[in-house]
Design a protein. Structure first.
Length: 412
């Protein structure tokens, strides 16, 4: 059995699973034309937890309303959140209350959950990156304490990192609009392939000690999940036959269909994700015969017309052409190639270029040459070639660089 490769989330902590903590220790290359590429360098996994932090100290609003359905409305993907539940905290004149961070758009302001209606209790730390922390959190209504749900909350590490929360939230709102207006018409009740975002919520130092005492910052609430694909692969490969994909043949084709759906939505939106990788896929219902996959981490995501330089990426999942030419920008094709590397990982049980990441400079050379299939061990090759259709799909994506349309024709 191949050894688990060094592999940690990079860029943003949202790439960590919302069920376990992964230490983020990565090396950013600043030479060889790879200043925007990050190399995974560790596989440190901890069980670090924290004591629960304080409940929100914000005084309850004197406004009376029926809060019995507030949380259920948030969890329902279709209804709008009631207007009385939305609002950036107000700072009355003549007081010393903190001034909330000013959001860049009205759409973001309308996505804020009012602290007069909701309160949040932070539970354990799930992960930390250079730009944000992710905590498990319990959200409840102030008037109905028995109405509570657990979420993952993404907290910026500093005030100057809020712009990344804003950018990610704007892309999530773009996806939400597509889901509400297009997805159900095109795909019926099939699960939407992107993580659900439920709102922004302002926190200060009394609620999260790492925030400066002068700051009141918006944080992003996301749906919690069972595990991530990286962990799912490691668990499943221990019980699958050596001649089938590491996650099992049925699960592999389920993952393939999920990635096709992701790419179709992104194409419809004329957008790219820019960081499709195993760590950025969550798995719901992991213990059942029908797991549900969700793509996360939209820090680098954008409309194609809005991308003017290469964003930060993970080297092992970077297409060769983006390393060969620093002026080349991400595209539908580069997202498809990264998705192919995810499928390869799920098939072989080992991350791309596993065993060759001890030397980042050598790894860069291998990625530039696109030699990922040539580096497979015999065991990994057996898993990839055990099913002719799996083998064909992987070669189409990673060698022939096929189009999305060619793959869709195989999936009909």
């Amino acid at each position: 059995m191949s050894q688990t490769p060094p592999y940690t989330p990079v860029c943003e902590v949202s790439s960590a699973t919302f069920e376990d903590t992964k230490s983020s220790s990565s090396t950013t290359m600043s030479c060889l034309g790879t200043d925007s590429i990050t190399v995974d360098t560790t596989n440190a996994s901890t069980t670090g937890t924290t004591e629960p932090y304080y409940n929100s100290p914000t005084s309850p609003s004197s406004q009376k309303f029926d809060s019995s359905h507030v949380l259920s409305n948030i969890l329902d993907t279709r209804p709008q959140i009631p207007k009385h539940c939305i609002g950036v905290p107000k700072t009355p004149s003549g007081t010393k209350l903190l001034t909330p961070y000013k959001l860049k758009s009205k759409s973001l302001e309308n996505f804020v959950l009012s602290s007069a209606v909701f309160e949040i209790k932070l539970d354990r730390l799930l992960g930390k990156g250079s730009n944000s922390y992710v905590h498990l959190a319990t959200l409840s209504t102030r008037e109905a304490k028995n109405m509570a749900m657990q979420f993952a909350i993404k907290i910026p590490t500093a005030k100057n990192k809020v712009k990344l929360i804003e950018k990610e939230t704007e892309f999530l709102l773009l996806l939400k609009n597509y889901r509400d207006n297009m997805w159900y018409r095109k795909y019926g009740d099939k699960p939407f392939p992107f993580v659900d975002a439920y709102g922004l919520y302002y926190l200060d130092k009394t609620q999260f000690p790492m925030i400066k005492k002068t700051d009141l910052l918006p944080c992003l609430l996301l749906k919690n999940s069972d595990t991530d694909l990286f962990k799912f692969i490691n668990e499943r490969r221990e019980i699958t036959d050596a001649s089938e994909p590491a996650i099992g043949l049925t699960n592999w084709f389920c993952l393939f269909t999920f990635l096709l759906n992701v790419l179709q939505v992104l194409r419809d939106l004329e957008a790219v994700h820019c960081d499709i990788k195993t760590d950025n896929i969550l798995v719901e219902n992991a213990s059942t015969s029908e797991p549900v996959f969700k793509l996360i981490d939209f820090t680098s995501s954008a409309k194609i017309t809005e991308i003017h330089e290469q964003p930060e990426m993970t080297l092992q999942f970077t297409p060769p052409e983006l390393l060969k030419d620093q002026n080349k920008l991400p595209s539908f094709s580069t997202d498809l190639y990264s998705a192919g590397l995810v499928l390869l990982h799920a098939a072989t049980g080992s991350a791309p270029y596993h065993g060759y990441d001890y030397d980042p400079y050598y790894l860069i050379t291998l990625v530039k040459e696109g030699k990922v299939l040539e580096l497979l061990t015999r065991e990994e090759s057996n898993r990839m070639t055990g099913n002719p259709q799996v083998h064909k799909i992987l070669r189409l994506i990673l060698v022939k660089r096929c189009t999305l349309e060619e793959l869709l024709s195989l999936n009909t």
